[in-house]
Design a binder for this molecule. Structure first.
Ligand code: TGC
Ligand code: FAD
Length: 390
């Protein structure tokens, strides 16, 4: 049974393979069974359902594009996008858990790690036995990660790591952290830090009004002795974490549209059922305008995602192309959530509908993985050849 819910206004399904559709059905069934019935309660209680990690592993949500020999899916990037879309249709915080693990933890270990590191970490991360996090942002360096002050010194038989990271998804429950830090020459490297290393702590960030079912926290390094074999040897410099962000931002471009589709579907159903002035509110032109604009933006974003997925599969997608999709799709998803909230009237602010949760979640999504304005500046740099960041 294909549980895929519309909209598919431009018959984009015709561009997908049977395998893509099968993956979509299985992840959609998973979300309906394991996430949707509980997510409102988790979000209201700011509870991260740790047991979902193993379940994500079982359904193949972690690192689906990485090779089968490491316990991963060996799938293409369209499949990855579809998985993110279907998870975020349930909740952006749940998608965060999956996209951080796949794109920001497993991807750098696969891409820049030694064979021993790949064999040690990837199968356990793919199966959900271990949870990972990615530490780039610092209290004083968010949009400008190259200014980071977290650093490590070569002590002969190990490295000594000091500093702090902030706003780190999964950190409070993570078994491993991929941490970006500068060496004595100021060059950025990736280090794998494991829970239990002395001087390493992961305090949780409380009081979020957004991504409440996702655990967010700090990473604090107080003279942490990191074994030398935990340095990622394959690439150094800011380009290494930026390559990870390319992969994660691509997944977010798909994911945000999953949230938008859920808001659109809910608004369409509500408008048909809600009677005011003796008629369904769907019969009023202003409501039809909102629904028509939602469908238009979702359809454009679906086409953008599909084409970007093809470019990703061909290894041709560029950072500015990914920025355009992440920026556009999150912004339209946020606008759709706001409009859907209006269509639901007062009911839209309650937990009976998913709208307000999506809307609050998307306020984080529009900021993390590069803010809306930073992506605009990445495009501005591409167009003019002049970086406006500094
Ligand atoms: P810039 O001078 O442009 O570049 C520095 C060096 O990096 C190289 N590079 C790349 N290499 C490969 N792929 C890419 N995409 C690359 N982007 C940059 C570049 O070639 C250069 O190399 P070299 O050898 O010449 O030195 O860097 P900049 O310091 O001016 O910064 C540019 C800027 C502002 C666009 C960038 O830093 C940026 O994107 N800032 C936003 C930060 C961000 O996105 N942080 C995300 C943190 S992780 C997160 O939010 C996870 S949320 C997860 C969830 O829960 O789902
Ligand atoms: P700032 O960089 O201080 O930006 C503040 C404002 O200034 C923004 O509007 C920004 O667009 C604007 N601004 C900054 N520079 C410029 C400029 N040059 N020109 C114009 N405007 C500018 N990070 C991780 O490393 N790992 C994670 O797992 C992770 N998870 C996150 C989860 C959540 C819930 C959140 C909220 C954030 C997460 N982040 C994570 C951090 C996220 O990537 C940063 O919040 C983001 O990059 C922005 O950094 P900042 O919050 O320090 O804002």
């Amino acid at each position: 049974q294909d549980l895929y819910e519309h909209p598919d206004f431009y018959e984009i399904d015709d561009l997908l393979t049977e395998e893509h559709k099968l993956i979509r059905t299985s992840v959609r069934q998973f979300v309906k069974k394991e996430i949707s019935p509980y997510i409102e309660d988790w979000a209201q209680r700011a509870h991260f359902p740790y047991e979902i990690v193993k379940k994500f592993g079982d359904v193949g949500a972690f690192g689906p594009t990485l090779p089968v020999e490491y316990g991963c899916g060996g799938l293409d990037y369209i499949s990855y996008g579809i998985i993110m879309q279907e998870i975020e249709r349930g909740d952006s915080g749940m998608r965060s858990t999956a996209s951080v693990q796949g794109s920001l933890v497993m991807y750098p270990i696969y891409k820049f790690g030694s064979e021993a590191q790949r064999k040690k970490y990837l199968p356990k991360l793919a199966s959900g036995e271990w949870l990972g996090c990615f530490g780039l942002t610092e209290p004083d360096h968010g949009s400008n990660p190259s200014g980071m002050v977290t650093n490590f010194k070569d002590m002969g038989d190990h490295y000594l790591l000091n500093g702090a990271k902030m706003w780190i998804s999964n950190s409070p429950r993570a078994d491993v952290a991929v941490v970006w830090a500068k060496n004595e020459e100021g060059r950025i490297h990736g280090l794998i830090v494991e829970r239990g290393m002395e001087g390493f702590s992961t305090p949780e960030t409380h009081g979020k009004w957004s991504l409440r079912a996702s655990a967010t926290g700090e990473l604090v390094f107080d003279n942490v002795k990191v074994p030398k074999e935990n340095l990622l040897p394959g690439k150094s410099g800011l380009g290494a974490p930026m390559m990870c962000l390319d992969s994660a931002r691509y997944g977010i471009a798909w994911g945000a549209i999953g949230a938008a589709m859920d808001c659109y579907e809910s608004a369409r159903r509500y408008a048909a059922e809600r009677i005011q002035f003796g008629k369904p509110i769907a019969s009023f032109q202003l409501i039809q305008k909102k629904l028509a604009e939602m469908l238009s933006e979702i359809t454009k974003a679906q086409l953008l995602n599909w084409r970007l997925g093809v470019l990703m599969n061909e290894g041709k997608a560029t950072t500015p192309q990914i920025s355009l999709a992440k920026r556009n799709n999150v912004a339209v998803a946020l606008e759709i959530a706001r409009e859907a909230r209006q269509i639901h009237g007062g009911m839209g602010i309650t937990g009976e509908y998913s709208i307000m949760r999506h809307m609050m979640n998307l306020e984080s999504v529009v900021t993390y993985e590069g803010t809306h304005d930073i992506h605009l500046l990445i495009l501005g740099n591409k167009i003019t050849g002049i970086p406006a960041f500094v």
